[in-house]
Design a protein around this ligand. Sequence first.
Ligand code: PGA
Length: 255
Amino acid sequence: MRSFVGANWKMNGSGVEGLAYLERLKDSDVESEPVDVVLFAPFTLLPVLAEDAREAGISLGAQDLYWQDRGAFTGEISTSMLLEAGCSWVIVGHSERRNLFGEDDELVRLKLIAALRAGLRAVLCVGELLEEREAGRTEEVVKGQVLRALEGLEEADPDRVVLAYEPVWAIGTGRNATPDEAARMHGLIRSWLSDMIGEMGAKDTRIIYGGSVNPENAPDLMTREGIDGALVGGASLGASSFLQIIRSCCHHHEH
Ligand code: PGA
């Protein structure tokens, strides 16, 4: 399978910076690398960056969406608005949405369904909090998130949904799961997926890791069995570190 690398800019960046960044990606011929690269930019930058992203051979994604099509939802954004802005991917259930903005599993599921029905592809994020890990509840928490988002969802085919395992204590903290621990969780997530969508679908679904991925730790993480790419926050803000991470993902082995 092709690996997947996402740059999650969160609430960072500007149009000028974004265009310069895409120029770097284009000059580095990212397009020819055997990896799907997606830039998850703030909403207002999507139309600004759309054309240059296409020229650089990468896709554009949004960091969130709302599940209703239109109406009185001040501050929210719909799938058709995202499509019109030139984006083809969206992140659903990022831990910052869940923990800072109170999104629960039900809302995450509604967003995922809306995204897929509209023809967007989605990165579904799951991951445990530090206190959940310390209480020995990691597997139960992550399994619950995966099941409640995906169970019975016919649209959830491997081409259109990427799962991101992002232990919350590793996000933006400089701490990351050891490659062994990440690989173990990826194996478990794949086995739960297999119970839901069958072995074939689970085998073809990309499960990527996120949480303080950087050019130094990416090579080890990305060569582990079952880690099919990365969702990168802080280290994706600079083109050169993001490019190094993309290259590590290109050496991802087949399984
Ligand atoms: P980080 O963010 O790489 O800065 O830890 C990852 C994420 O939140 O997706």
